[in-house]
Design a protein around this ligand. Structure first.
Ligand SMILES: [Zn+2]
Length: 219
């Protein structure tokens, strides 16, 4: 990804739809940076180093942001809120931080592999995927566009999670949530099974249009 040309160092990325973009600076990029440069999962901010936009990090982030969830393939890991940050350390290694959704979610290994393959295919040879546990993921982290895509796919998105501080009272009854049918919009729906094709979804049925549908549970 880096090459020294006539005393200047060029940083390029390959494999993107827009072709190779190059950033040239009068001094080595790495020498101007201490620690890591990162773009946050919540935005697509480009990093500026000595007045020059570095294509490498924002490029790696945009590649990582296209990777989809194996269990909810209509959502990217970014929309799911799993992609925390994409950074590059001083040695040119791309470090991707992800946060597990559910405890024991079997898709985590697939997410890790998919991110690694996507970045390698885009020309980032040295990739490390790190797992970040805090703050813990919540279904509230699913973005608005992610919720819209779930509904368009016939899956009811999760409602918002009630935040509590202090002791949490536990009840023995079933969890009651008002879930709207993604097909007809009726609120007259019932839970058929707490689990459906994947552990993160419940199976519900609409009493109005009689269609079964899945619901991403609040957590
Ligand atoms: Zn319905």
């Amino acid at each position: 990804m880096t090459a020294t040309v006539g005393g200047t160092r060029a940083t390029t990325e390959s494999g993107t739809a827009s072709g190779a973009r190059a950033t040239t600076t009068s001094k080595p990029v790495m020498a101007t940076v201490s620690g890591t440069r990162a773009t946050t999962a919540s935005g697509t901010r480009a990093e500026t180093v000595s007045g020059t936009v570095t294509a490498t990090v924002s490029g790696a982030r945009s590649v990582a942001a296209t990777v989809t969830d194996p269990e909810l393939p209509m959502l990217t890991l970014d929309e799911l809120g799993v992609l925390r940050s994409v950074a590059e350390d001083d040695d040119g290694r791309v470090v991707v931080s992800i946060t597990p959704t559910y405890t024991g979610c079997p898709a985590m290994d697939a997410m890790r592999d998919d991110l690694e393959h996507a970045l390698r295919d885009a020309g980032y040879a040295d990739v490390e995927i790190r797992t970040v546990l805090a703050p813990a993921w919540s279904s509230d982290w699913i973005s608005e566009s992610g919720r819209r895509k779930l509904a368009e796919a016939g899956i009811a998105p999760p409602g918002s999670v009630r935040r509590r501080t202090g002791p949490v009272p536990l009840t023995l009854g079933p969890t009651v949530s008002r879930v709207v049918c993604p097909r007809c919009g009726s609120a007259d729906t019932e839970e058929v099974s707490r689990f459906s094709a994947t552990a993160c979804k419940a199976l519900r049925r609409c009493r109005s249009c009689a269609e079964p549908f899945e619901h991403v549970k609040e957590i």
